[in-house]
Design a protein around this ligand. Structure first.
Ligand code: NDP
Ligand code: HSE
Length: 437
């Protein structure tokens, strides 16, 4: 089985290492040896340390490598939309099998890849694209195909989980925790894709597509990052017996006419410490799947890093190689349900709202009235002296309100109106609450 490896960076170099170290076992598992036909990179002169591979295999001509007749499987670990999309469409149309870790491309234009795979008759596997080493996509696309998945809730970005875990553990602010993540090599020099939620949103789109048999793209995902999360938010969460996580949530629901829909969103949220995702610390990933017959399932492990990601890539290489030897391909994309994606305003969420209000008679009534006008039911109210000082009548008071479930648009409108009240000095924090409380 001849492999074209596109990219030899963090992940690609570990793919090369594993192919070398496990060569005998891999050949036995597949029924044929795996051989690297060529490795496409950007810089031929780059120092690649002691990589156990013939330097003559390196090329900058990725397309030429893909088109070679002796290439059976193309492994893409370059990333980005172009030129990766053009390469993979070319490979798939030519009947080659493709293994990719490229979540950005799958979320942007997975349809082009799936269509090309159907046309060429090869396999398209992408286990490494979501949650790195964790076997998650195969369970969704195979093991759970006899069941009905209702909801997927995940921590799918290691960098932001590291930052939020550090803020929780030390009381640090976002900037300080990001600096630590950068120093330790978790965050990239440009952390935008991680901290603004783009990376998690791409993964959410892939998970939702598989879970709900519906094409969901990055543009369908409501996305908010963690840059606005403050040390005060983290302290407030703690006071409520919660922690803050960047969650990806994909859920079935119904629109006003009762038609089945899905909602897919990525945003920071408070979750109770007793929730299975609350204890997922450091840069780990975890995904909580709720299925009709199976009930709750939890997947946990390393979501990034060269070796963990290469493990998932190699698992796919074994699967597609076996298929090629047997002259079969795996089931094609399952998008038959074609469910509409609900706008964020219709998603059902709960809010935790922290207000600095005037401490005088009638304030609670006025605040509660705003919630009532927007048909948002209050679950709990906690009031204390401003800044958490000694009890007693003061100028201002801190008011923390947690709502019951309501449409996100109603909650957002409530907060907008609260901001306009003269008795509300400031809306100190607004966070969604997930996972019961
Ligand atoms: P790197 O930046 O470390 O490596 C990218 C590789 O692609 C390099 O070898 C680079 O060449 C090569 N490359 C870049 N542009 C071109 C080009 N135009 N032509 C040929 N080769 C090119 O990326 P990673 O290994 O970190 O990530 C690869 C993929 O895996 C991405 O899709 C990423 O999202 C995904 N992924 C990564 C994870 C991780 O932990 N790193 C985890 C899960 C998924 P050169 O070596 O010459 O610079
Ligand atoms: N940047 C990603 C993360 C790793 O922090 O989880 C690749 O998916």
């Amino acid at each position: 089985m001849r492999l074209a490896l596109l990219g030899c960076g963090t992940v690609g170099s570990e793919v090369v290492r594993l192919l070398h170290e496990q060569a005998t076992d891999l050949a036995a598992r597949i029924g044929a040896p795996l051989e690297i036909a060529g490795i496409a990179v950007r810089r031929l002169g780059r120092d690649r340390g002691d990589l156990p591979v013939d330097p003559a295999l390196f090329t900058t001509d990725a397309l030429g490598l893909i088109k070679r007749d002796d290439v059976d499987v193309v492994i893409e670990v370059v990333g980005g939309i172009e030129p990766a999309r053009g390469w993979l469409v070319e490979a798939l149309r030519a009947g080659k099998s493709v293994v990719t870790a490229n979540k950005a491309l799958l979320a942007e234009d997975g349809a082009a890849l799936h269509d090309a795979a159907a046309e060429g008759g090869g396999d398209l596997y992408y286990e490494a694209s979501v949650a790195g080493a964790i076997p998650l996509l195969r369970p969704l696309r195979e093991s759970l195909h006899g069941d009905r998945i209702n909801r997927v809730t995940g921590i799918v970005n290691g960098t932001t989980n590291f930052i939020l875990s550090a803020m929780d553990a030390t009381g640090a602010g976002f900037a300080e925790a990001l600096e630590e993540a950068t120093e330790l090599g978790y965050a990239e020099a440009d952390p935008t894709a991680d901290v603004e939620g783009f990376d998690a949103a791409a993964k959410a789109a892939i998970l939702a597509s598989l879970a709900f048999h519906t094409r969901v793209g990055a543009a369908d995902v409501h996305r908010e990052g963690i840059t606005e999360v403050t040390a005060a938010d983290v302290a407030s969460a703690k006071a409520m017996g919660c922690t803050i996580k960047l969650l990806c949530i994909a859920a079935r629901g119904a629109d006003a006419a009762g038609r089945e829909t899905v909602s897919v969103r990525v945003h920071p949220a408070m979750i109770p410490l007793g929730h299975p995702l609350a204890s997922v610390g450091d840069a780990f990933n975890a995904v909580f799947v709720e299925a009709e017959a199976a009930g709750p399932l939890m997947f946990y492990g390393r979501g990034a890093g060269g070796a963990p990601t290469a493990s998932a890539v190699l698992g796919d290489v074994v699967a597609v190689s076996r298929n090629r030897l047997a002259g079969v391909r795996s089931a094609s994309e399952s998008a038959y349900a074609d469910l509409p994606v609900r706008p964020m305003g219709e998603a059902l969420t709960r809010y935790h709202i922290s207000l600095d209000v005037a401490d005088r008679p009638g304030v609670l009534e006025a605040v509660a009235g705003v919630f009532a006008r927007h048909d948002v039911s209050i679950a709990t109210v906690r009031q204390g002296p401003a800044g958490g000082g000694a009890a007693g009548r003061g100028e201002d008071a801190d008011l923390v309100i947690v709502t019951h479930v309501a449409p996100d648009a109603a909650l957002a409108a409530t907060v907008r109106e609260l901001r306009g009240l003269d008795i509300v000095r400031s809306v100190a924090s607004v966070l969604r609450v997930e996972g019961g409380l």
